[in-house]
Ligand binder design. Sequence first.
Ligand code: ADP
Length: 459
Amino acid sequence: MKQSIRGRLSIIIIFCAVVAVLLSAVIINVTITNTFNKYMEDIQSKRNTRLVEYFEQVYKRDGKWDKTSGEEMMHEAYMNNYCLTLLDENEKIVWGMNHNDIKDKSYTMMHSGTEEGVYTSNTFDINVNGKTVGQILVGQYGPVLLSKEDISFKTEINKGILFSGVLTLAIVAIISLILSKQFSKPIKEVSNTSVNLSRGNYDSRSNIKSNIMEITNLTQSINSLGEKLNSQDLLRKRLISDISHEIRTPLNVLQNNLEAMIDGIIPVTQDKLNNLNDEVIRFGKLLNNLDALKQIESDEIPIDLGLVHIDKLISAVINDFSIEATEKNIKLIINEEENKNFIVLGDYDKLKQVFINLISNGIKFTNDGKVWINLDSDINSVIIQIKDSGIGIKKEDLPFIFERMYRTDKSRYKVDGTGIGLTLVKRILTLHDATIDVESKENKGTTFTVRIRKNSKII
Ligand code: ADP
């Protein structure tokens, strides 16, 4: 049977309270009974001593036993529910009470149920001048005699225990309902949010405030899960539309041109065929990029470790791009801090790919401007900044540019790209235990900052 947290918690708390109340009731009861019985036994033994002393006095006074010796004790015995029998030195009965007289009016409190109502008697010698002159038999129903007051005292205590037990249970039940609500409400709320998320409602969030650490963590993580699912969903939709767009464009060009050629509208020339072949090559490139994407996703990047001089690596990359930059009228400027060490542990080719992608983006997204490469280092890391005066990136696009296939609004510019370059950059840098940050202002430019640790813990 399924139970709610609230129900389960309340049952547990109430069950614990019932056990605690019962246990304390039993312990209190047993303790009181024992102490009380001990006290009563003590009184009884004092009574017996007093009785023996009394009869000794009687014998001393009279020098013999007769039917009236100490008979005044009979009244006290009757009132207090015990029986007396006086024997002489030959163990012959001088006088005795009938124990049936006290049977009905006996209030007995037993040590154990089996002894209940059993008549027992004890014999005590009466000694005068070192000689046993007789015996007195003291008999009673049960080992301990309790008066009506004693019994009602005990009943009152038990009633008190019962009352406090019921009161405690009522209070505990109310508290447990309030307490369990504190737990159940936020958990219910979070669980509703997760159900909504699982149904594809990625905007669902949980707003519950709780001062219980685990619940706060749970709320935060379910909300961040919602955000991630939301952005992943957005990316997935973009990815599909991007891929279909990338495929449709060359395909349309090919189809239109081929149809025109078949219909004889355009002549089949060497030039035309070359153009169509370029489209097929573009198609191939797209597939290659998708392959690269698959590789990034499946952790298949092998790392070939060695000492890499970042300054030399950057110079080589800049060299490769000098013609392209000049063609676009872009100045490539390198600033290198002097007397610094730019050596890191890493994979030369992979790191080169990182800077090729970053610098080529800088050139690609800049027209008639500058691209700066600043090189610096501190005790821990080598810091490389690639800054351009290009078109910049919109604020809302910034969090996504490292995601696969992400390309910002294409209507703003007409540049080729697949949205894989930065994903690869991020992946390679992560493998090198390195970081990349980006800052950008629309129509002002973009700055990428790469930090590679000198003593990186490469996995
Ligand atoms: P692409 O192949 O499209 O260049 P990238 O992963 O390299 O793919 O970049 C993703 C997107 O980030 C680009 O489409 C572009 O919109 C934006 N971007 C990257 N670098 C820059 C830059 N230096 N200036 C402006 N936008 C940039």
